[in-house]
Design a protein around this ligand. Sequence first.
Ligand SMILES: CC(C)(COP(=O)(O)OP(=O)(O)OC[C@H]1O[C@@H](n2cnc3c(N)ncnc32)[C@H](O)[C@@H]1OP(=O)(O)O)[C@@H](O)C(=O)NCCC(=O)NCCS
Length: 170
Amino acid sequence: MSETVLAGKETLRIRQMTIDDFSLVFHIGEEVFTAESFQSLYRTWDEYEITTLYNSDSELCLVAEAGGTILGFALGTTVTKHNSPWKYGYLVWVGVRSDIQQGGVGSGLFKEIKHRMKVQGVRMMIIDTSADNHPAIRFFEKQGFGDVQEHVYMSLNLSRKSRKKSVKKS
Ligand SMILES: CC(C)(COP(=O)(O)OP(=O)(O)OC[C@H]1O[C@@H](n2cnc3c(N)ncnc32)[C@H](O)[C@@H]1OP(=O)(O)O)[C@@H](O)C(=O)NCCC(=O)NCCS
């Protein structure tokens, strides 16, 4: 657990998420991970994201609260890759209530999850977000992330009939 004092003099407490926090975390996520801003991601924000990550890595499921109100959350996991001796820390979701963004809550969550990952032996943290999510990219850069790697997502609509090209015989 960690504590810092927010600009409004409230104490920001970062602690492990409990099942009692699930619904609030879910609703904050619904507010900040909108279909418009997260449409290209292969992950979708739903209740299973919370329960699955909580079941596998509860120590990396954190909430930020001040004055008894949940302001944001960070959900992560660790990944060990075949052929790599490194343990990776994947910060899957981080979200802060829109009315309190840019007030230091995200940074507080990040600091604590990074600390916990380090304790678990993580050597490199990874994140992914949409290329046009500029606020999040600025946020991650501020936390020290770099080495941006581009990844292309493609789609094929299987419900459309495929059109065969007709070949004319001369
Ligand atoms: C990304 C997010 C978690 C950041 O949380 P936050 O509490 O607003 O972040 P902080 O106040 O700790 O900001 C730290 C730094 O990040 C950068 N930053 C944060 N929000 C920013 C914004 N809207 N525009 C530009 N830079 C921003 C700034 O450099 C800021 O430092 P500064 O205050 O000294 O300028 C929050 O904006 C959010 O929930 N966004 C929607 C969900 C999302 O995109 N999540 C990330 C992908 S999973």
